[in-house]
Design a binder for this molecule. Structure first.
Ligand SMILES: C[S@@+](CC[C@H](N)C(=O)[O-])C[C@H]1O[C@@H](n2cnc3c(N)ncnc32)[C@H](O)[C@@H]1O
Length: 369
């Protein structure tokens, strides 16, 4: 690849006139292309060549990735359908669970070995299991702390670990570390976490609960629109109560249940969107104080289609969090699951999107220090 071509690909390393600076690029660990021969004598003092992985820059404060891996990790779309695993049958009781391997991937992008990860809305432990994978899958051990107000999900996490580790022992594999999952309301538990002690906050926020009237109207509209579906088999599947999966499909009833509304363990059963955003803003202001200045806050949030309009929850949440907490949005990654079924709700009368993606908002602390 010529320097000019590289420049078109990457504006990471430019000279004072904005032109690609090949010499600086070499010094500053640009990715190594496949098959490229590395003369290790040419590496700068802060560089190490890792066999099969590329050049690692010892000044890397964000993660343990080499330049080549870093380049891949900057892709704004994660197009991966994570197949059900890690005792998925137990975890799927939750309905809003995230694939532990996707969590491990994000932990690898936004933390280093030995770092501490916090998930204040831990559910059945997608983040915690992801952190435990890091130790065994070559990226180095992370400690994780989770908060969950519903004891039922804590029990599921514990059962998952027990069964998973029994199976691992039977296969002669080392067990997964049990992480620190604490029972209670994150708004109070966060007070136990010292300021600036967390390297990565990775979470999946509880959904906005529409009020009941709005929800009933939506359910009626959804049923009506399904009558127009040309794929009777699919629509039939759906009526038979197809569940949420790790792929992030949204199911309002289960999400409400998952968030404790049905279990009535402290959550308001009805909330306007403005109240939900204010609540999230308030909580993230507390969470942000615990994150180190060079850390990250990474938040899963799906958008919704409701009342014949697109609810851009990710954008609303990003702005609410930015205005309530000293953080700055630096990326919106899209997790696209290519294995997801399409549900044709509006056909042939009205365009209704099939939500096959979730947003992953990435914030960095933005403090004046
Ligand atoms: C979207 S789910 C998270 C699912 C999780 N990523 C997983 O893989 O299982 C959000 C969770 O936050 C919990 N939650 C909601 N509000 C909470 C609060 N104030 N304190 C602690 N947990 C809360 C809910 O019970 C729910 O399990």
């Amino acid at each position: 690849m010529s320097d000019e071509e590289r420049h078109r690909q990457s504006r990471l390393v430019t000279d004072e006139d904005g032109a690609f600076d090949a010499e600086r690029a070499r010094d500053e660990s640009l990715p190594v292309e496949d098959g490229e021969v590395i003369d290790t004598d040419q590496l700068a003092d802060h560089q190490r060549y890792l066999e099969g992985r590329g050049i690692y820059d010892e000044r890397n404060r964000v993660n343990d990735l080499t330049g080549r891996e870093w380049k891949y990790a900057t892709k704004s779309v994660i197009a991966e359908g994570y197949p059900p695993d890690v005792q998925h049958d137990l975890r799927s009781e939750h309905g809003g669970q995230k694939p532990p391997r996707l969590c491990a991937e994000l932990i690898g992008r936004f933390s280093k070995a030995g770092d501490t990860v916090l998930d204040p809305f831990a559910g059945v432990g997608g983040t915690l299991l992801g952190a435990s994978f890091c130790e065994h899958e070559g990226t180095g051990s992370r400690d994780a702390i989770g908060f969950e107000r519903n004891q039922r999900w804590i029990d599921v996490y514990e059962n998952v670990l027990e069964r998973e580790n029994d199976e691992r022992r039977d296969r002669g594999e080392p067990p997964l570390e049990t992480q620190d999952l604490r029972h209670g309301d994150c708004a109070s538990l966060i007070e136990e976490i010292p300021d600036r002690s967390i390297d990565l906050l990775l979470t999946d926020v509880p959904y906005w609960h529409m009020d009941e009237l709005e929800q009933t109207r939506n359910e009626r509209a959804t049923r009506a629109s399904k009558l127009g579906s040309f794929d009777a088999e699919r629509a039939g599947d759906d009526d038979s109560g197809e569940e949420d999966t790790d792929s992030g499909e949204f199911n309002q009833d289960r999400a409400n249940d998952a968030d404790g509304v049905v279990d009535s363990d402290g959550a308001p059963a009805e909330q306007t969107k403005a109240e939900w955003l204010a609540d999230m803003g308030e909580k993230f202001a507390k969470f942000a104080a615990t994150v180190k200045s060079n850390g990250h806050l990474v938040v899963f949030i799906g958008d919704m289609y409701r009342e014949q309009s697109y609810e851009f929850l990710s954008a609303d949440l990003a702005r609410a969090v930015e205005s309530a907490a000293p953080v700055r949005l630096v990326a919106n990654l899209i997790w696209y699951d290519p294995s997801k079924d399409l549900h044709v709700y509006g056909y042939p009368f009205s365009y209704v999107p099939s939500m096959v993606h979730q947003n992953v908002l990435v914030f960095r602390p933005d403090r004046s220090e």
